[in-house]
Design a protein. Structure first.
Length: 270
């Protein structure tokens, strides 16, 4: 190869020596300098792409042939022929088949035993006697019409109530001091409407159950049905009932007894 000299490089547009001399003390970021410096690389890449594209285009028919060869062949159609299922004609010379045997007779499952006549006496079984059966005497007693029939005197015995028995209805009902009117006055004066239920506008009736003891005190306070959505009303009703003064106890058969009461307390916002 000839030795590289400035004269030789001057004829080559993309030579580095020529470009360094031409663009000396000039703006090398100018487009012409970059184009000349990258010319060889750009040509190589373009040539490679062209060769690859040409080879790909040439091999397209071969690729298509390979892909079609990989397809699964369709199964061959199965030919279906109809079969003649008509039974063959009967041969008139052959004798007919024998008839089927008759079914076996049905055996009786219940056997009737005829009655037997004997000379022996028939002994009846003794009757069954229970506690509810009336006792019939076989003896005969003779009485005259003057005999008196004695009827026992009836005695009225008052049974005392049990010690811890709770009554619902008694002869003399338990009573709040002053009567029913004073009871409702006391409830109206003592009930304090719960603030939460009052602000929420909750109203309703709380049904309570309690026991008035023998000494008039109140025990066993229970809520039978409370105010819907207002548990504070139920608690306030229980508090008022428990704070009531002693009642006049109920009486049954002359004895003071325990009596259960049901009391409704209504909560209403005026």
């Amino acid at each position: 190869m000839p030795e590289k000299t400035l004269f030789n490089e001057w004829t080559d547009v993309v030579a580095e020596g020529r470009n360094a001399l031409v663009f000396k003390e000039r703006n090398k970021n100018y487009g012409a300098f970059e184009l000349r410096r990258r010319y060889n690389r750009t040509v190589t890449i373009a040539l490679t792409i062209a060769v690859v594209s040409f080879l790909f285009l040439v091999s397209i028919p071969k690729i298509i042939e390979i892909i079609e060869g990989m397809k699964i062949e369709d199964p061959k159609a199965v030919e279906i022929t109809s079969a003649d299922l008509t039974p063959p004609p009967l041969d008139k010379e052959l004798p007919p088949p024998p008839p089927p045997p008759p079914p076996p007779p049905v055996e009786q499952t219940i056997k009737f035993t005829p009655p037997v006549v004997t000379d022996e006496p028939i002994v009846e079984p003794p009757p069954v006697i229970t506690e509810d059966s009336p006792k019939i005497s076989t003896e005969t007693h003779e009485k005259t019409g003057d005999d008196e029939i004695v009827i026992p005197e009836a005695t009225n015995v008052v049974v005392a109530p049990k010690e811890d028995e709770i009554f619902l209805v008694v002869e003399q009902q338990a009573e709040f001091p002053g009567g029913v009117a004073e009871l409702y006055k006391y409830i109206q004066k003592s009930v304090q409407y719960p603030q939460v239920e009052k602000e929420a506008g909750i109203t309703g009736t709380c049904y309570l159950s309690f026991v008035v003891e023998k000494n008039g005190s109140i025990t066993d306070v229970q809520v039978l049905r409370g105010v819907s959505g207002g548990p504070g009303c139920d608690r306030e009703a229980i508090r008022v009932v428990k704070s009531m003064p002693a009642w006049k106890p109920g009486r049954q058969a002359g004895h003071e007894v325990r009596v259960r009461f049901n009391l409704p307390i209504k909560f209403n916002i005026h």
